[in-house]
Ligand binder design. Structure first.
Ligand SMILES: *[C@@H]1O[C@H](CO)[C@@H](O)[C@H](O)[C@H]1NC(C)=O
Ligand SMILES: *[C@@H]1O[C@H](CO)[C@@H](O)[C@H](O)[C@H]1NC(C)=O
Ligand SMILES: *[C@@H]1O[C@H](CO)[C@@H](O)[C@H](O)[C@H]1NC(C)=O
Length: 377
């Protein structure tokens, strides 16, 4: 852990230097991409606060090119004359991630981190879930070679099922899109890794892809020391018709921001409607009252807690977002790290933009593709 502390304090020092002396700002030579559609959006809150006329010229830069290592089942084997069959190629690693205006900078950094650490980046296929139009051309211009498909997720699909939660950000319909992957993605996609937008992968994602789920539908790191009781209300625990759902299980908390999902099993088991059922119970409330306070997580816990295939904790070092209200910064849990996750209310791009980053935010910054445009057009 000592090396990491050294590295992160070095990064912090370097970062402060950059923040304090704009003349030292240097970004790798890369073509800046501006999308007229997103001009309004590209002014991030933190950057508006900086009275720098150049802030108007911030944009996404083109990601570095990437290539498969020699021993990959090369992308050239895929048959590009058959168009849509590409997504069915058996050597692909499928990743689903949401793209929305608020988290776009995070999603782009996540994709960048995945292809940079993958030994077979050309074999990774991204499934982007959107509720806004116009993001497809932006992704294409940032990642020229990326294999991906964009899926429109209709917010009305869940709007009637969402109840208010303790954090407004948790009520965004796109947060619930992970429940619909089995319906949205092509039937030939039998496994997918779902990833949140506030994380970076610092290891070869193919290792996560190859996890044996041992017949389970969902794989995720489990946290059995977390107090599971607090994810549900007193009303829930006091009604055996509800809390009885956990009978015979040893339910543990898991984070739904990193999940390996067996979509064939999911489809056969009808898990989408099982999760919707609990959202209806919550929404109906009735005499019982709310059964949980958070957003899309508790229904997943209700259906899968105690039934997930445990994945090593290195694949979700979560909580790095901390609590922005109190300005607290989190440290890493001990052990090796393959994925860093800024879950919690603080986001690294916001803190970096406001010049008040947490030390570990420096580990996110190298994957950020948003910065000053070299040549304003
Ligand atoms: C894929 O298509 C491009 C352009 O049509 C062509 O140049 C390339 O040779 C094709 N690759 C394969 C493997 O067929
Ligand atoms: C590509 O598809 C065409 C048309 O379906 C087929 O004739 C050809 O054999 C395929 N090539 C490969 C490498 O799969
Ligand atoms: C777990 O959380 C519940 C509800 O917040 C609380 O009543 C209980 O004392 C906690 N248990 C432990 C062991 O901390």
């Amino acid at each position: 852990m000592l090396w990491l502390m050294r590295v992160s304090s070095f990064f912090t020092a370097a970062l402060l230097t950059v923040v304090l002396s704009p003349s030292l700002q240097s970004f790798p030579p890369a073509e800046a991409i501006r999308s007229s559609h997103f001009d309004g959006y590209l002014r991030f809150p933190g950057q508006i606060a900086v009275p720098d006329p150049r802030a108007r010229h911030f944009a996404f830069r083109r990601a570095p090119l990437f290539r498969n290592a020699g021993d990959c089942i090369a992308r050239s084997e895929t048959n590009n004359s058959t168009g849509s069959s590409t997504v069915c190629h058996p050597s692909l690693v499928h990743i689903a991630i949401t793209l929305d205006e608020e988290y776009l900078r995070g999603s782009i950094a996540a994709v960048n981190s995945i292809i940079q650490h993958s030994s077979c980046p050309e074999n990774v296929f991204f499934h982007f879930l959107v509720s806004d139009t116009g993001l497809e051309s932006l992704v294409r211009s940032v990642f020229a070679q990326l294999q991906f498909k964009v899926y429109y997720f209709d917010p009305n699909r869940v709007r009637g099922l969402i109840s208010t939660s303790v954090r407004q950000a948790l009520e965004q319909p796109l947060n619930y899109a992970r429940n619909y992957l089995a319906d949205l993605l092509e039937a030939c996609v039998s496994r997918v890794i779902y990833l949140d937008s506030d994380l970076v992968v610092v290891d070869d994602v193919a290792k996560l892809w190859r996890y044996d789920l041992g017949g389970r539908t969902v794989g995720a790191p489990e946290y059995c020391h977390a107090n599971f009781t607090k994810y549900f209300t007193k009303q829930f625990w006091s009604d055996p018709r509800l809390s009885g759902t956990f009978a015979g299980r040893n339910p543990c908390y898991f984070n739904t921001g990193v999940m390996v999902m067996d979509l064939d099993r999911w489809r056969r088991g009808g898990f989408t409607s099982r999760i919707e059922h609990w959202m209806e119970v919550q929404k109906a409330g009735g005499g019982l009252g709310r059964i949980y306070e958070l957003g899309s997580l508790p229904p997943f816990l209700l259906v899968f807690a105690g039934r997930v295939a445990p994945i090593e904790h290195r694949w979700n070092q979560h909580g790095l977002g901390g609590d922005n209200v109190r300005g607290s910064c989190r440290d890493l849990h001990s052990g090796p790290v393959s994925l860093l996750h800024w879950s919690g209310s603080g986001k690294p791009w916001v803190r970096l933009g406001s010049g008040r980053p947490c030390p570990l935010d420096a580990l996110w910054a190298p994957y950020d593709l948003y910065g000053p445009a070299l040549q304003p057009r």
